[in-house]
Design a protein around this ligand. Structure first.
Ligand code: 4AD
Ligand code: MG
Length: 439
């Protein structure tokens, strides 16, 4: 059942989308929503009523019982409107509601959001701006994405399991750790569930979670948040290549669902969907790190075979691509301590980043984990990490270690790419960056 018809049943009210149909013409309905716009004349009041499913024109004529109430209504007031649906080609969308009665829930003061305001102003008023149709479309697509992530993992026989948010050691390096005082001890906000997942996977073999992760990112880029939603999976007896198969299947599933469910929303966002269609139809290329560097060099970047790939490099690499691409087997020095060295070339690790096309870059970080104690100890040392902080994690290699791999999908980044948004802040209901904490 679609959200749209559920909404209708739960409220025992119609939705705009359902009443804009030939079957509804001539029938009496009641709608609830906000005043998207209003035109008041001597003889008519036209109220454009908006709910999450669309906008419909509602009209009251002078002499109607509803006319005096309709004349009082202001933009963004909340209403219940009852009346008859008429097919009318002059109305936007082809249908009009002839108002019989109006109940005002909340009469709005002059609404502060208008056309042409700056982005900073709009984000300061995110709590009001989010009613807008474009923001609503992004939020609806975001909802489909979260729903389809759970749907995928359930279908693929994964168990859902949680990990703590207060943690005592870092996963992804100290520079982005949020530190806090935990009853006199130093604690951090989790950057990733991964270390805990590596224990949990020994119990359940195929696991996933969808949860917030935290990074004290000082870098101001269009793709970094301090709090982001992380869909992570861990799989026992799985190597880096098998891991990429699952990642590809997941992304294809999500994109397919969005194309099925959110046609109108993608259209409202003027999203050209060709890259999304390719994502479903074409295999994702799997390139070695060095091949990716070569592409970047051909496109004018000055890089070496030890350069890290950041937002700028990935934009150049993926701007001409029309399907996500895997960048695999990075030099060990560029990746976190837990990645398993490639047995055929231990200077590189068995990892993969999935880069979204159209200039978006990394949406997944993934890899096969070190499964042997000695290698882990030497990698901790190389990275200057304290063995004591990882005692329990080292235990996992002491007592029946297994080959295992996992990945983390940045859900907000995926929303950003699927909607083709200019900045990750647009992908999140209430984004958190070093600058934004309110609302
Ligand atoms: O590449 P990352 O750092 O990998 C990990 O955290 C692994 N421990 C995941 C795992 O294997 N379970 O982060 C994974 C993804 C990135 O590819 C990116 O999409 C997203 O998380 N991400 C961020 N999204 C928004 N803002 C940030 N500051 C992000 N940092 C990472
Ligand atoms: Mg990464």
């Amino acid at each position: 059942m679609s959200v749209e018809s559920y909404y209708f049943m739960a409220l025992e009210k119609y939705t705009v989308k359902t009443v804009k149909s030939d079957q509804s013409a001539g029938t009496k309905v009641n709608l609830v929503g906000f005043v998207h716009n209003i035109r008041k004349g001597k003889n008519n009041v036209f109220i454009m009523l908006r709910d999450p499913t669309g906008v419909i024109q509602c009209v009251s004529h002078a002499g109607d019982q509803s006319f005096s109430t309709a004349s009082m209504v202001t933009r963004e007031s909340s209403l219940e409107v009852s009346g008859t649906i008429n097919k009318d080609d002059r109305a936007d969308g082809g249908y009009e509601l002839k108002i019989e009665s109006i109940k005002i829930y909340g009469l709005a003061e002059p609404f502060p959001i208008k056309k042409g305001q700056s982005k900073v102003y709009l984000f300061r008023n995110r709590h009001l701006w989010m009613r807008g149709q474009k923001v609503t479309s992004v939020l609806k697509i975001r909802s489909t994405i979260f729903e389809s992530i759970h749907e995928f993992f359930v279908k693929e026989h994964f168990y859902e399991i949680q990990s703590p948010i207060f943690v005592g050691s870092s996963v992804e390096g100290g520079s982005t750790l949020f530190e806090l005082d935990y009853f006199g001890k130093k604690a951090f906000l989790s950057q990733s569930w991964q270390l805990y997942a590596e224990a949990e996977v020994n119990s359940l073999f195929r696991i996933y979670t969808v949860a917030p992760s935290f990074r004290a990112e000082k870098s101001k880029t269009r793709r970094h948040l301090t709090e982001f939603w992380h869909a992570e999976a861990e799989m026992a007896f799985t190597d880096n290549d098998e891991l990429m198969d699952v990642e590809e299947k997941l992304i294809k599933h999500i994109v397919k669902r969005v194309l099925e469910n959110n046609h109108d929303d993608l259209k409202r966002l003027n999203r050209d969907v060709s890259a999304l269609k390719n994502t479903i139809d074409k295999p994702f290329p799997r390139l070695k790190y060095e091949e990716v560097i070569d592409i970047a060099k051909k496109n004018g970047l000055e890089l070496t075979y030890t350069s890290d790939l950041g937002a700028d490099e990935e934009r150049v690499i993926t701007s001409k691509m029309d399907v996500p691409v895997f960048a695999t087997r990075y030099p060990k020095s560029l990746k976190a301590f837990y990645h398993k060295p490639d047995p055929s070339d231990p200077s590189h690790v068995l990892c993969n980043d999935l880069l979204a096309p159209e200039g978006y870059g990394e949406i997944i970080g993934a890899g096969q984990r070190i499964d042997d104690k000695e290698t882990l100890l030497s990698r901790l040392k190389e990275e200057g990490l304290n063995e004591k902080d990882y005692e329990w994690y080292i235990d996992l290699r002491r007592y029946g270690s297994i080959p295992h791999s996992g990945f983390g999908l940045g859900v907000d980044r995926l929303v950003m790419w699927i909607c083709k948004l200019p900045h990750i802040m647009y992908a999140v209901p209430f984004p958190r960056t070093p600058r934004w904490l309110m609302p």
